[in-house]
Design a protein around this ligand. Structure first.
Ligand code: HEM
Length: 416
């Protein structure tokens, strides 16, 4: 039986999206009492989906495509042009394979080891200072981890500049005005940096191990057997570096969670990997980071009686699905122990997207993210001592990405 999708009346609600941020879809899910509704954003009709069933639909490749789904201004800062995010079908599967092939067990162990190493190097310096800002420091640590892992040469005196550049790209993702333009400039600079390296690798002007992503991406061939354009390789290498540095957002929230949920953090002082992992998973579920993801309807279809028309913009609520009362008990409480019994569904715990890695657009770096967060949490709780001086620990639901206002100031750092 045919049903009408609940519609939010009005010409355009982009301003409300800016005003409500992470809670835009969640607020309407509540007021419409519906996991599907229609609104108007960026001067077009948009269907919003939330919850496990909605996620399952959204990740059906027969029904949705990505080409043309991301707004131009997001491509010019966050994603870049020509990368895996905008591909569909076989082309996507092949390119995604390039990403997933570097996410091996060995690579994960290496990234984890690098994370401990660079935390330790940084913490030794922090001991000499009165105080440091965790978020800013984490960006520098992760810039070094990422470059080391990917095979990108990075001089000691370059770290700060590159960390800022990589940070600008995700800090400006939803920005307007000067911050947006700074993000664009940083992307242009970083793409030039990567493109030059790719050309050097291809000319064998720089020595890089064949195991490193810098090498495998530079030499990757598309379905027709051709090397990728150097500017596309640059975009894909930045699809490794940028989001690895973005884990600093989660590290700042981890610092906040350790402080505000000290009773829960107590459980990880044993260093038990399962406990560390559950805490990290709850940080990813609980705190806002990526609000929603977008696709376009491939061909007209009907779902549960609702009509989806070709080319309609469709948004899947990532934040709201992680806080959906139909999927989570007490969704607004911070309870790492909930992951002791979570069934591992690919559709309810989707802070980094859902569905499958290989044929879907689920985040290629999800395992690495968890590994880096786990090492960072362990370091923070078990390898160092510090105080949090008086500061503003609130965080916003309208700034994207959100961060604790103070970015977590730590004083009197001592390694133990
Ligand atoms: C895709 C979130 C870390 C690489 C995505 C998507 C989200 C996401 C929401 C899109 C899912 C979709 O549209 O269906 C995050 C968050 C991270 C993170 C919150 C934490 C900082 C990483 C890391 C890497 C990475 C560390 C690589 C080292 C990618 C790539 C894609 C992607 C390549 C595109 C996948 C595709 O289109 O098939 N991520 N990510 N991400 N992420 Fe992440």
């Amino acid at each position: 039986e045919k049903r009408a999708i609940p519609v939010e009346e009005g010409l355009d609600h982009s301003i409300k999206l800016l005003g409500e941020g992470y809670q835009f879809i969640l607020n309407r899910r509540k007021s419409f009492e519906s996991n599907i509704f229609e609104t108007r954003l960026l001067a077009q009709k948009a269907i919003c989906l939330t919850g496990k069933e909605g996620a399952q639909l959204f990740y059906d490749n027969d029904k949705f495509k990505r080409e043309g789904a991301a707004p131009g201004r997001v491509q010019k800062t966050l994603f870049g042009v020509g990368g895996v995010q905008g591909l569909d079908g076989e082309a996507h599967h092949h390119r995604k394979g390039m990403f997933m092939s570097i996410m091996s067990k060995e690579a994960r162990a290496e990234v984890s080891k690098l994370t401990y190493q660079y935390w330790d190097r940084a913490a030794a310096e922090w001991e000499q200072k009165d105080s440091v800002i965790l978020y800013e420091e984490a960006k520098k640590i992760l810039t070094q981890v990422a470059c080391d892992w990917v095979g990108v040469p990075l001089k000691e005196d370059e770290v700060e500049e590159r960390a800022e550049q990589l940070g600008d790209m995700f800090e400006s993702a939803a920005a307007v005005g000067p911050k947006h333009w700074k993000g664009r400039r940083s992307r242009t600079n970083a793409e030039e940096w990567m493109e030059e390296l790719v050309e050097m690798v291809r000319r064998e002007d720089v020595k890089v191990s064949k195991e490193k992503a810098l090498y495998t991406f530079s030499m990757h061939r598309d379905l027709k057997g051709n090397l990728l354009e150097a500017d596309v390789v640059a975009v894909e290498l930045l699809n490794l570096l940028r989001p690895t540095v973005a884990i600093s957002v989660y590290i700042a929230f981890t610092g906040l969670a350790v402080h505000q949920h000290a009773d829960k953090a107590e459980a990880v002082t044993s260093g038990d990997p399962d406990k560390l992992r559950n805490f990290v998973q709850e940080v990813r579920r609980f705190y806002p980071f990526f609000p929603f993801t977008a696709a376009l309807v491939k061909e007209d279809f009907e779902w549960n009686g609702y009509l989806f028309e070709k080319d309609t913009l469709t948004l899947l609520d990532l934040y709201g699905t992680c806080h959906h009362p139909e999927e989570w008990e007490n969704p607004d409480l911070f309870q790492p122990e909930r992951f002791e019994t979570w069934d591992g569904s690919p559709f309810d715990f989707i802070p980094q997207g859902g569905g499958e890695f290989d044929i879907g657009h689920r985040c290629a770096g999800e395992w690495i993210t968890v590994d880096i967060m786990q090492a960072s949490l362990d370091y923070l709780v078990n390898k160092m001592m510090y105080d949090l001086p008086e500061q503003d620990l609130t965080f916003s639901f309208t700034q994207i990405p959100s961060l604790p206002e103070s970015k977590i100031v730590m004083s009197d750092v001592k390694r133990v």
